[in-house]
Design a protein around this ligand. Structure first.
Ligand code: ADP
Ligand code: MG
Length: 224
């Protein structure tokens, strides 16, 4: 519980900082991007190539700011009664396409579940981030499974992969902003997932072995 509180406090701090500086950084970036685009049609091959790289890197930096911003503490969550399955169904083609590109499989097992109080944009982002991690952890030919199951008082969202698993000493670092083991990782994907889950009062459980990893997110069913 205490580590959970510490994690939330850290997320809030990161979020506040992000909200404060992101816009200031974006403005000069937009200017640079505009001038670079002017030079993009340069006749010189070398220049053209370097400018292309600069534009790509600028966009990458911009993406990090966007991801960072979604950690903002006072970002409002717009929850309404929704079917989790429906949100998953809209993501199905996207996840499928992502998997196929790297020779992996995805299966969906959606149980009949009651409506939950959800922010659909946030839940989409959570599912996508977790699915991307799952796919990135797997070899070609492996399968990612997205499931929903109804329990007595909860609906459980389960995202399981057949990937490398997570080292035990890394488990406690999951969800910490900037924790990454990837060369080009941002280490923000899971931090965002944890903050979204917290806004939904939905605890995240992680089960991991050398055969793969499962993330379980438990949403309370409203009793009226
Ligand atoms: P990133 O994907 O940019 O590294 P994330 O916050 O999404 O950042 O994930 C942080 C780290 O957690 C990853 O670098 C990886 O080490 C670990 N991780 C997350 N999900 C999985 C998974 N499904 N299988 C193995 N490792 C994972
Ligand atoms: Mg990630």
């Amino acid at each position: 519980y205490e580590t959970e509180m510490a994690r939330l406090a850290q997320l809030n701090l990161v979020g506040e900082m992000a909200a404060g500086i992101a816009h200031e950084i974006r403005n000069p970036m937009t200017t640079i991007r505009g001038f670079l685009q002017l030079f993009r049609d340069s006749k010189r091959k070398m220049e053209k190539e370097y400018i292309h790289i600069m534009l790509e890197e600028l966009d990458r930096a911009n993406n990090i700011i966007t991801e960072y911003l979604s950690l903002a503490k006072n970002k409002r969550t717009h929850q309404q009664m929704e079917h989790l399955n429906r949100i998953i169904e809209t993501l199905q083609p996207l996840i499928q396409a992502e998997a196929v590109m790297s020779g992996k499989h995805v299966q969906f097992r959606l149980d009949d579940c009651p409506e939950l109080s959800l922010d659909d944009k946030e839940i989409r982002q959570l599912i996508l981030n977790m699915c991307m991690n799952g796919l990135e952890a797997m070899e070609a030919g492996s399968t990612l499974t997205v499931e929903t199951c109804k329990e007595a008082k909860h609906v459980v969202l389960k995202i399981s992969d057949e990937g490398t698993g997570i080292h035990e000493e890394h488990l406690e670092k999951l969800g910490r902003p900037f924790f990454t083991t990837k060369d080009h990782g941002t280490g923000l994907g899971l931090a965002i997932c944890y903050s979204i889950a917290a806004r939904h009062h939905a605890p995240i459980e992680v089960q991991s072995s050398s055969k793969g990893t499962t993330f379980l997110i438990r949403f309370a069913i409203r009793s009226e």
